[in-house]
Ligand binder design. Structure first.
Ligand code: CA
Length: 222
């Protein structure tokens, strides 16, 4: 999952960014409203974590402008503005959730998982397809009841495919989802991750559509 973090307080930004990375999220960070708006319009983020008091353009205006552009990327507001009216304004401007600073990282993750459940249509934090069970909160994967140890990006890739089981993803789409602006990336990185996942699961759970891309094995759903 690729996250746009919009926060002008460097200390908070670094803390959130590090916590997200540890849990296999790809994070890009901007510190003012204009950059946030441009980044969110131009890039396929899965989630925006949005401060409101920002230099340049207020977070609420960023949110309203995005929704006017028909950008539906889920957004969680993370703001010091804590009154009931502030929260109502945030949700009405298009936020999916609203968390008041100071906040607890575990609560932020619980809310992120709630957004992920809504995105994927899952009722719990565990995505299931056939004999694969992927636990978003515990970051663990079971295949045929046995724990599979995946690296962070392997986990992210499998999650991305399982969240949209009918979709075929191009290599480019998967790269965009797994990497941000700053990462340098070997040209065959995605193929390597796919290879590793298949090897660790002793199964062809990810199908290659030659010349098109990858998808999760549709037969798993049966
Ligand atoms: Ca701020």
């Amino acid at each position: 999952m690729r996250v746009l973090l919009v926060e002008d307080d460097e200390l908070i930004a670094n803390g959130v960014r590090e916590a997200l990375r540890r849990r296999a999220y790809q994070v890009d960070w901007v510190s003012n409203g204009r950059d946030a708006l441009n980044a969110a319009i131009d890039n396929p983020f899965d989630l925006i974590i949005l401060d409101l008091g920002l230099p340049g353009l207020d977070g609420l205006d960023v949110l309203s402008a995005l929704r006017q552009h028909q950008k539906r990327t889920p957004a969680i507001v993370l703001s010091a503005r804590g009154s009931t009216q502030n929260r109502i304004d945030g949700l009405n401007a298009g936020a999916d959730d609203y968390l008041v600073k100071p906040f607890d990282l575990e609560e932020l993750f619980a809310r992120i998982h709630a957004v992920e459940r809504r995105t994927s249509g899952a009722a719990t934090n565990v995505l299931k397809m056939g004999e694969i069970e992927l636990d978003l909160a515990a970051m663990s994967v079971l295949y045929q009841g046995i724990e599979v140890t995946l690296q962070r990006r392997e986990f992210s890739l499998l999650k991305k495919l399982m969240e949209s089981p009918r979709q075929v993803f191009t290599r480019e789409q998967l790269e965009e989802s797994l990497y941000g602006w700053t990462s340098d990336l070997g040209s065959n990185a995605i193929d390597v991750y796919v290879h590793n996942i298949r090897k660790k699961m002793y199964s062809d759970v990810i199908k290659t559509l030659r010349g098109v891309g990858y998808r999760i094995d549709p037969n798993l759903a049966n």
